[in-house]
Design a protein around this ligand. Structure first.
Ligand SMILES: Nc1ncnc2c1ncn2[C@@H]1O[C@H](COP(=O)(O)OP(=O)(O)OP(=O)(O)O)[C@@H](O)[C@H]1O
Ligand SMILES: [Mg+2]
Length: 238
């Protein structure tokens, strides 16, 4: 379980991009955060991972307060973060990209090798292209490599920001299947998504963020009907 409690975050002075945001991703479930552009979704995920420090509020992993820990330390505790921006290193091979995912235990070469093989079993498409430069993979394969790299330390909690952004629908579907597969492995997943149909379909619990606040939340099956109204309000023109 990862929990952000009463998080208030500003990039500049006291202009709060997040205001008293509380979210919890329960163990073994997919929790999805949705909301219009600029609502603060990525800011929330970065704060949960430790790339941003909250002005107020706390982040908990199970019962431990991890607010003061840096991203690297959170990684060691089993949290993985998949950035909204594609973050493969294009000139490095698939294999080298995976090694970067093992940075926190890079001196343990046996563990690095073992982690790589475990990840290649899960991503056979990458296994066939170990020596290929990441930049020459297709967009979908690069997203898979992003996921595979984050899985190298075998995290128990995954924070995934807009995994299907910019991908063709067919490829996006594969990404969602992959996320469901990770849930079935018992991972705790916090997903940020603008693809509302998929977000409702694959998540167990939904948070709606608007203007830096949580405006609604509940089990995805219960929220379904209200969502039509919520989403239409994002598009409303006066
Ligand atoms: N580094 C930054 N410095 C200053 N303001 C920022 C920075 N990053 C984001 N913001 C602002 O904070 C607000 C929330 O941004 P954030 O990226 O968290 O939203 P989002 O919900 O992830 O949006 P999107 O759906 O477009 O990814 C926006 O108004 C944005 O312009
Ligand atoms: Mg974002």
């Amino acid at each position: 379980m990862i929990r952000g409690e009463d998080l208030t975050v500003a990039y500049y002075a006291d202009i709060h991009v997040l205001q008293d945001v509380t979210v919890e991703a329960a163990e073994g479930l997919i929790t999805c955060v949705i909301g219009p552009n600029g609502a603060g979704k990525s800011t929330l995920v970065k704060t949960l991972f430790g790339y941003l420090s909250p002005n107020k509020g706390s982040v908990y992993l199970e019962d431990s307060d991890i607010t003061a820990l840096a991203g690297q330390e959170r990684m060691r505790l089993g949290i993985g973060y998949v950035d909204q921006m594609h973050s493969v290193f294009p000139e490095m091979s698939v294999d080298e990209n995976l090694e970067l995912g093992a940075w926190t235990f890079r001196r343990d070469s046996a563990r690095v090798a073992e982690a790589k093989e475990a990840v290649y079993v899960q991503y056979p498409g990458l296994d066939k292209q170990r020596e290929t430069a990441a930049g020459s993979l297709s967009g979908g394969q690069q997203r898979m490599l992003d996921m595979a790299r984050i899985l190298m330390p075998d995290p128990s909690v995954l924070l995934i920001d807009e995994p299907s952004a910019g991908l063709a629908p067919k490829i996006a579907k594969e990404v969602y299947s992959d996320i469901i597969r990770l849930k079935d492995q018992g991972k705790t997943i916090l997903l940020v998504d603008q693809n509302l149909n998929q977000a409702v379909r694959i998540s167990d619990y939904l948070y709606v963020m608007e203007f830096g606040r949580v405006s609604n939340h509940g089990p995805s099956v219960d929220l379904g009907d209200d969502l039509r109204e919520i989403v239409s309000s994002w598009l409303a023109v006066t």
